[in-house]
Design a binder for this molecule. Structure first.
Ligand code: E4P
Length: 227
């Protein structure tokens, strides 16, 4: 199972890369806007951070592009900028036409904004490298996000589809394990969600218990250590 960081904030990306060993980055127009930097500046900084590695960096095309030929041209242009770039394309008919062509040309695509199982099948059928079902956006509307991922995984297994499933838009670090059980290939989470996934109140309680024991124990003198 791989962990991607969903962010365009360079400090977060550097920290997560160095300290957590995240396997890749996903961005979207909202993350780019939150970085406060121009689009090409921020994607260049992220690409330089991962230069020489095989970490995929998903970069979304301009969402105003609605025709497949425009999306293909934009995707090709982005792909030429960095071998790490994966072209993130919204899951609609023209987006999938574009993703199919780009994939046939050897450019990896991440089909994003996937909200139905039928969309996930269409994305797999055109050979998309990554497929991104957005779980929280569905969960807000009463859909069981873990079951949704489980069903997509089962269908991909049934038919031998090779696309990797990225569970996207996760808001709760403790749910990562549920997506893992459902067989997801990758989770992409914001920095704070991963932070949350390190935490358990039982660990805190254990540290408090052991700290008390530590304080009640004589430490001795390390210089008297005998080998
Ligand atoms: C994933 O690839 C998306 O960038 C992301 O998860 C979008 O959802 P969010 O911004 O609501 O988390």
């Amino acid at each position: 199972m791989k962990y991607f960081l969903d962010s365009a904030i360079l400090d977060e990306i550097r920290y997560a890369k160095t300290n957590w060993g995240v396997d890749g980055i996903t961005t979207n127009p909202r993350h780019i806007k939150n970085s406060g930097k121009p689009f090409y500046t921020v994607i260049n900084e992220i690409a330089l951070e991962y230069a020489g590695s095989d970490a995929p960096i998903s970069v979304e095309i301009n969402p105003h592009l609605t025709k497949s030929d425009e999306i293909i041209a934009a995707g090709r242009q982005l792909a030429e900028l960095s071998p790490n770039f994966v072209i993130k394309i919204p899951c609609n008919e023209q987006g999938l036409v574009a993703a199919k062509t780009l994939t046939e040309q050897g450019i990896r695509c991440n089909v994003t904004l996937v909200f139905t199982i039928s969309q996930a099948i269409q994305a797999a059928k055109i050979g998309a490298h990554f497929v991104s079902p957005f779980v929280f956006w569905l969960e807000q509307n009463g859909v069981d996000g873990v079951d949704y991922i489980r069903k997509i995984k089962q269908i991909y297994t049934n038919y031998g589809y090779k696309s990797e499933i990225i569970a996207a838009a996760i808001r709760d670090g403790s749910k990562i394990s549920q997506f893992a059980e459902a067989g997801v290939d990758i989770v992409t989470c914001a920095f704070d969600v991963y932070m949350d996934s390190f935490h358990s109140p039982y660990t805190d309680k254990g540290i408090a218990i052991f700290s008390e024991a530590w304080d009640g124990t004589e430490e001795g003198d390390i210089s008297q250590w005998k080998k």
